[in-house]
Structures are given as structure tokens and as C-alpha cells.
Design a protein around this ligand. Sequence first.
Ligand code: C2E
Ligand code: MG
Ligand code: MG
Ligand code: MG
Length: 291
Amino acid sequence: EYAYQYDDQLAHYTANKDPYNTKRLTLIAELSRALQDNLLTLVFHPKIDLKQGRVTGVEALLRWHHPRFGQVPPDEFIAVAEQTGIIKPLTQWVLNRSLEARHHLATRGFDLSVSINISTNNLRESDFTEEIYKTLERTNTPPEKVTLELTETSMMHDPVKALNALEKLHQIGVRVSIDDFGTGYSSLSYIKRVPAQEIKIDKSLILDLDRISDDEVIVRTTVNMCHSLGFSVVAEGVECLAVEATLKQMGCDQVQGFHFTQPLPLEALIQWLENYSATQHSFVFDSTTQQ
Ligand code: C2E
Ligand code: MG
Ligand code: MG
Ligand code: MG
């Protein structure tokens, strides 16, 4: 875990208390270069519809394999990207690669939606909506096939600005998802006003859902409340069958988690999708022949 908190204001940063100081400075210096040199890659994590057991989409997640540090966790370098302004070209890169990957998947018979994580810093860019619109056009992507994920916590830094920017994105037809829900301090009256279609319950509430009764109560209530407000509900962090079954029983719409697969590079994802749809098919066949 982090020994210190990244802050919006570098003025609050106290270097002598920060054991990752040199690493962080190196990351700052090298991230922009890594982006130019194609050292960053994307992996894709399937989203599964619980009722039908079908894969409906994938979430794009960044990976940086650093020559000295090995895999740098995205939580770590995204914070750096936000502080240095690299987040703008970085998000644009993710958007381009993700929509190209979606197109490639569609040509291979998997017409899926794609989810992209964005930073609230992106919402402050005056041309963000226009850039998304252009990328949709260039890659021939129907806007409803794209979901932008924003964390609940980041939205609360500037709730009014976030609402205005999301309203514009809503108008071009992309979907909006509130990520890591349940870890921030947003009020329900605010969430109700966000032009989002989806809520993703944070994995901290999901991981031990089958064993922690408080989590069970919180998640069950959240699923019901979000449904009443018209949101589709996704649970992230499903690592075992027991949790999947509990969520299904609660009426949760979609799941993501290592129980199904780790996030995968594009070609490995295609193989996984081919296997998964074959298994699902035989499962349906088995259950009908048993009766
Ligand atoms: P997130 O958007 O909430 O993504 C979910 C994280 O949970 C991913 O971690 C994923 O690998 C992990 N996860 C999914 N299922 C399970 C599970 O069953 N068990 C456990 N233990 N973990 C699971 P990852 O890839 O390390 O990403 C961490 C965060 O970094 C993301 O959280 C997101 O906030 C950020 N991030 C990643 N890629 C991007 C990007 O392209 N742009 C931006 N702005 N942020 C990104
Ligand atoms: Mg996400
Ligand atoms: Mg999340
Ligand atoms: Mg997260």
C-alpha cells in the first residue's frame, strides 16, 4: 500500500516522508517516453451478464512493464500522469487502442462493448468531448458500445464540473459508469443526478461477500437502490463461485473478476472468449438434456 497519499497539490508533498521518492521521480521522468516508445500496453477484462452467462463487454486496463521496476501498478502511474498532465495524451492513446481492439474483436465475431477508465482531469479538457466524438467516427464505433468509467471519489473533487462534462458526453451517446462505488462519500441525491447508466460496486465490498454479513447487507441494499434509481449494477472483484452465486441471487446484472479470468492481452482474450462461449454452450445443452 501507499506510504503516503498522492495529492492534487504538489505543495502538500513531503519528499522526506516518501520512501518511493526516487521511484516516483523516475516514473515522472519516464512515463511520457514510455508512451511514445510503446512500452505501455492494454489488457482487457471481460464483463459477464449474470442472467445469461454471456460476455457483454471488456474493460481496458493499462499495463506498464518498466525495465527496472517490473510491472508498475496503474494506480501508481495514473496518479503520476494526472499530476504531470500526461493523462491527456495517455487517455487519448487508451481510447484509440481500445476502440481499435473493439473493432478487431467484432471482426472475429465478438461484437462487445468496451469500457475505458477516465480521470476527472480529462473532463476539464475543453476538447475532450470532441476528441471522443472524432475517435468514434474514425473507428466507426457506435457510441452506445463505449462506456466511460469514472470513480466516485474523483467525481467528488469537483462535483458540479463533473456533472456538466458528463452531460455533454451523455449527449453524444456514450455510456457512463460510476466506478469503485461504495468507497467515496457521494450523497445519493448527487448520484441520482449523474447522467450515468451503470454503477460498479467496489471490489472491497465484493471480495468476501459470501463470508462477511455486513458486506452482504450493504451490497444487497446497494443493488436494490441502484435498480430503483434506474442504474445497471456491476460487481467487480468476483474471485469465487460462492460470490458469483450470491450476486446472482441478489439480482446484480453483471460481474467481473479473477474467478472468470485475469485481464488478458487482446490475442489471449480472443482465445479465452472462444473457449468461454464453447463452454457456455455445452452448459446450456447439459442443463436441458438433464430434464
Ligand atoms: P478499476 O477501474 O477499478 O479496475 C479494476 C481493478 O481491479 C483492476 O486492477 C483489475 O485488474 C482488478 N480486479 C478485477 N477483478 C479482480 C478480482 O477478482 N480480484 C482482484 N483482487 N482484483 C480484481 P488494475 O488493472 O491494477 O487497475 C487499477 C486501477 O488503475 C483501475 O481500477 C483504474 O482506476 C486504474 N486504471 C487502469 N487502467 C487505466 C487507464 O487506462 N486509465 C485510467 N485513468 N485509469 C486506469
Ligand atoms: Mg474501472
Ligand atoms: Mg473499480
Ligand atoms: Mg479502482
